[in-house]
Design a protein around this ligand. Structure first.
Ligand SMILES: O=C[C@H](O)COP(=O)(O)O
Length: 254
């Protein structure tokens, strides 16, 4: 449940899925969102980099935002295969995901690397969605809060504001698994992150949104989004199907 004037954000992360024909999904999402709903929530789609430009074109004239899934921390240079924040901004993207657990696990991203990328996003005027989350082993060891707090403390740049930063809590074990933490477990983590943001950035910290991600579906969105300090969702699998993603957005319908 978003409060303190925080506007809910429902973000779709397509991961390594989607060809040019998938623009039809973006169009269906665009056409399925009512003006009333868009007056109350922000909606973001993060397709693979190959589709950012076409997606920006597809949502022109609508408030739907388009974002990248990862970036290189530097603005340019000899980094074959990498994409900078400036390049995403040049295409019309306004957000970029930073430090997703799949990047941490498969591309060895560290908290310091996440910090550098978040700075890169800010430099280019993008909002960085900084992801944190514990593994099942860490949760079972009772270390979930320590892990996410450490990831946030190192990852978030000094002076972060709601204009340049969003946080996403994604327990690694909930991603793509069909399992979610209980509302109580989510509330505990979000309260802890919220307290940190308040301490680190004062009144500005109170405005920074904290999303929940991990097996969010139309069937559980309402319950998950109602948890205290949950300011929206970062959606993977269900964002690939327009009706499912719309169903999650409609969890906010009045
Ligand atoms: O970025 C999105 C998350 O990894 C969640 O993925 P999922 O909704 O498929 O569990």
């Amino acid at each position: 449940m978003a409060s303190e004037g925080r506007r809910p954000l429902v973000a779709g992360n397509w991961k390594m899925n989607g060809l040019r024909s998938s623009i039809a999904t973006v169009e269906a999402i665009r056409d399925g969102l009512s003006p009333q709903l868009l007056a109350d929530i922000d909606v973001l789609i993060c397709p693979p980099a190959t589709l950012v430009s076409a997606c920006v074109e597809a949502v022109k004239g609508s408030p739907i935002a388009i974002g990248g899934q990862n970036l290189h921390a530097r603005p340019n240079g000899a980094f074959t295969g990498s994409i900078s924040a400036e390049m995403f901004a040049d295409l019309g993207a306004s957000y970029v995901i930073v430090g997703h657990s799949e990047r941490r696990a498969y591309h060895y991203e560290t908290d310091d690397g996440v910090h550098a990328k978040a700075l890169g996003a800010r430099r280019a005027g993008l909002r960085g969605i900084i992801c944190v989350g514990e593994t099942m082993e860490e949760r079972q060891q009772g270390r979930a809060l320590d892990i996410v707090r450490a990831q946030l403390a190192i990852g978030i740049p000094k002076g972060a504001t709601a204009e340049d930063t969003v946080i996403a809590y994604e327990p690694v074990w909930a991603i793509g698994s069909g399992r979610t933490p209980t509302p109580k477990e989510i509330a505990e983590v979000h309260a802890s992150l919220r307290e940190m943001l308040d301490k680190m950035a004062g009144t500005e910290g109170a405005k920074i949104r904290i999303l929940y991600g991990g097996s969010v579906k139309p069937g559980n969105a309402r319950e998950l989004m109602a948890v205290e300090n949950v300011d929206g969702a970062l959606v993977g699998g269900a964002s690939l199907v327009a009706e499912d993603f719309l169903g999650i957005c409609r969890a906010y319908a009045k």
